[in-house]
Design a protein around this ligand. Structure first.
Ligand code: CMC
Length: 443
């Protein structure tokens, strides 16, 4: 049901409904058209059922805007990504992750004073309550760090009742943001140390956000880890590029949970669970597993591509629901990856295999027809591997990057005067009414 009025001037869409077949009042109805600030057109079906008896069906929400949002803009055809209007390329080149987080959540790049104050809050929040440390001890050492992260974020809310209030204002949000952004780093590093059977390294308040995380991950009691500048820069870019991506699966989950009035800790914790799957954030881990298999003497890249075309499996790190030309994040990360390896003077055979795979796929009709290109996860794992992050923590790294985006969306929804609990409908396709069958009469 496309809008019938010319783009730009559209105010209503006329929709023809086949009432005669459905036993519903047929005829043409007019629906309002909402136009976004970048001239995107959406038919507002909010009153469709009231006025016609029809609902819409859109599995996977490929055609459905769940909300209006002012945080992130994507043009998938042109490969454009902007946070609050700022191109991702410029932010990745010039900003710190903490600045970008503040931009996403509060809408503007912070002044020097505001940034310094927030950095101070991040430092204040680095340590975990001793009670949280006891929680850690309850996890088996082989537990998955994503399960630990999600559980610990939710538990964190129990230690901050003042941040669960429904009176969330900007000052409280600033405190909640500092708590979540700081604690996820500490939790992630603690979970790594625990799986390694090593002593947990306390955060160092004198270090920047990224350096402190690397310190907690890699310093040892007898040897402090001093990361090369290029490693800090690559990690910063990785986090900035993962910080938000509008209504993806995990962010939509955060908004869905938040729509019930759930607090920011519970909502962000649900985002971690949604991110875990291999079609979403878990793809960064799946890409490396795929490349490792090829490297270990499994199939060569051509055979892999042939199997993908036979629908035997998906090429991980390829394809995107929104990007149909290129993913700007993948472009930046490929370059970051090359620079990092060059500066450190190391080579990674997985990067060569990734490039070979991409080269074959990008000239193959199967991929061209379906507009499948490398996405953010295709090269990011090689960066994480070079930094020394263990494979089972790749999606945790994605989560650390995405926390600001989840908070930004939670708060945008929280403040929305038109907020309603998310409650989709369904088209029931099960059995019709039938009489109950007693136990002894069942076959
Ligand atoms: N390898 C091979 N074929 C693919 C791939 C792929 N990675 N992705 C999509 N296709 C094919 C799919 O088989 C289908 O073909 P056909 O029309 O013949 O049935 C067509 O392309 C459309 O696929 P779709 O499943 O309808 O696409 P979608 O928009 O529902 O899925 C996606 C998007 C990202 C889940 C999917 O491309 C995919 O599974 N990619 C691999 C996993 C991945 O890299 N995920 C990370 C996404 S980016 C970061 C993030 O969101 O976390």
């Amino acid at each position: 049901m496309p809008p019938t009025t010319a783009p730009g001037a559209a105010e209503v869409a006329r929709v023809q409904l086949p009432g005669a077949h459905a036993g519903l009042p047929g005829s043409e109805i007019e629906l309002p058209v909402v136009i976004g600030s970048e001239d995107e057109h959406a038919v507002d079906v909010g009153r469709l059922r009231d006025r016609s008896g029809y609902i819409t069906l859109d599995p996977g929400f490929g055609n459905t805007a769940a909300c209006k949002s002012a945080i992130t803009y994507i043009d998938g055809e042109e490969g454009i990504l902007r946070y609050r209007g700022y191109p991702i390329e410029e932010l990745a080149e010039s900003s710190s992750f903490v600045e970008v987080a503040m931009l996403l959540i509060f809408g503007e790049l912070p002044s020097k004073e505001r940034l310094e104050r927030f950095r101070g809050m991040l430092t204040d929040e680095q340590l975990l309550h001793e009670g949280m440390r006891y929680h850690f001890e309850g996890f088996p050492s082989h537990g998955h760090p994503m399960a630990m992260l999600s559980a610990m974020i939710n538990a964190c809310g129990c230690y901050h009742p003042e941040l669960l209030s429904s009176e969330m204002d900007e000052e409280r949000l600033l405190r909640a943001t500092a708590t979540l952004m700081s604690k996820v780093c500490t939790i992630a590093a603690f979970s790594y140390k625990m799986t390694m059977g090593r002593r947990m390294e306390y955060p160092d308040p004198s270090l920047s956000y990224c350096r402190n995380f690397l310190h907690m991950m890699f310093s040892k009691p007898h040897r402090r880890y001093e990361p090369p500048l290029q490693v800090v820069r690559a990690l910063t870019k990785f986090l900035i590029l993962h910080a938000d991506h509008e209504q993806n699966c995990s962010t939509s989950t955060v908004r869905m949970v938040g729509s019930s009035g759930a607090n920011v800790f519970a909502s962000v914790s649900s985002g971690v669970c949604a991110l875990w799957g291999p079609l979403h954030g878990g793809a960064n881990m799946a890409v490396i597993e795929m490349l490792q298999q090829i490297h270990a003497g499994g199939d060569d890249p051509r055979t892999v591509v042939a199997k993908v075309k036979d629908k035997k499996f998906r090429l991980m790190g390829f394809g995107h629901r929104v990007y149909k030309n290129f993913d700007p994040r993948a472009k930046i990360l490929e370059q970051t990856c090359s620079e990092l390896l060059d500066v450190l003077g190391v080579s990674d055979p997985l990067l060569d295999i990734a490039r070979e795979l991409a080269g074959i796929a990008l000239t193959d009709d199967y991929f061209l027809e379906r507009k499948l290109y490398p996405n953010v996860d295709f090269y990011s794992g090689i960066i994480l591997r070079t930094i020394g992050i263990p494979l089972n923590m790749y999606t945790v790294m994605f989560s650390i990057g995405r926390v600001p985006g989840w908070i930004a969306h939670w708060y945008e929804l929280f403040r929305d005067p038109d907020r309603r609990i998310a409650r989709p409908r369904q088209v029931y396709v099960g059995s019709g009414k039938r009489p109950y069958v007693p136990m002894d009469a069942r076959g």
